[in-house]
Design a protein around this ligand. Structure first.
Ligand code: SF4
Length: 281
């Protein structure tokens, strides 16, 4: 914890106004507590609404901010996720796998692009940073932990360090939790009894976008949360043959692209035939 506090204080020594990128996830709750409990700094709090959040996320973020007497600012892209995906690529397979696949298939032989990084950048990162700048901030704190999150973040932490200037956004980004392990985070959260996002409490692995094929998928928690909405949608459809259980629908949707995604992920030659399972074909 001492290292994290040193990183925060050193960053604040050269900036007059900072923001905290707050997602409602475990690490961002931890970072908010760390800053508000153990320092005198009071960054403004910015939540990037990707338009694909869990239904309870915004309320949860407001509740946590209320606890620290911090106002929540919400950033949103001016276009929809579907517009993003049609134009720049679909968020499938994970950041590195998508990049490698696109390098091999520059000519788009199947007629579509996949791109997880650009989706994250345009739907979440850039809107949040634009709002931070508008609010007069020159420094942004994030709950990124580096290698404990994923390989790419680990490499970036080695390359950039905990605090670095991002020219594209004209903003300094500081990741005080760089190097924190799962155990360190769990100990801190237990010690201060920090609140947990309702979806995580129900077993969600991440509370990122509910419909992302690049990270979070049809988790048990998502399926459970969507059952009521599905029941209302099914009633409106008025079609008896449509399954009552959303779990059944999720399994069916999941199985549809699985054979082709498995081939792409393995890095083998693009398939020429695709026998799609399920009731679709
Ligand atoms: S988590 Fe997935 S769907 Fe959400 S912004 Fe990032 S790539 Fe897009």
């Amino acid at each position: 914890m001492r290292t994290a506090l040193r990183i925060i204080n050193e960053a604040m020594a050269t900036h007059t106004k900072a923001c905290l990128a707050f997602s409602g996830g475990s690490d961002s709750v931890l970072l908010m507590d760390l800053i508000f409990r153990h320092t005198e700094h009071r960054p403004v709090v910015v939540f990037a609404d990707s338009q694909m959040e869990y239904p309870e996320t915004e309320t949860f973020c407001r509740t946590v901010c209320g606890h620290y007497d911090a106002k929540l600012h919400i950033a949103r892209a001016s276009h929809t996720p579907e517009e993003q995906w049609r134009r720049y690529g679909w968020p499938m397979m994970g950041k590195i796998a998508a990049r490698k696949w696109m390098q091999r298939h520059k000519q788009r032989p199947l007629g579509f692009k996949i791109d997880v990084s650009t989706c994250c950048r345009m739907m979440k990162i850039a809107p949040a940073r634009r709002l931070a700048k508008k609010l007069g901030c020159t420094l942004q704190f994030t709950g990124v932990r580096g290698a404990s999150d994923d390989i790419l973040r680990g490499l970036r932490a080695i390359k950039d360090g905990a605090t670095h200037y991002v020219k594209a956004d004209d903003l300094t980004v500081c990741n005080p939790l760089t190097g924190w392990t799962d155990t360190m985070g769990r100990r801190y959260r237990d010690k201060y009894d920090l609140p947990v996002h309702p979806s995580k409490a129900r077993g969600a692995v991440t509370i990122g976008c509910v419909c992302c094929g690049g990270g979070s998928q049809f988790t048990e928690s998502f399926i459970e949360a969507k059952q009521t909405q599905w029941a209302a949608f099914r009633k409106r459809l008025g079609q008896e043959h449509v399954p009552v259980s959303f779990k059944e629908v999720a399994a069916s949707v999941d199985s549809f692209p699985s054979p082709i995604v498995a081939v792409f992920s393995s890095g083998k030659q693009s398939p020429t035939n695709w026998t799609a399972p399920g009731p679709w074909a």
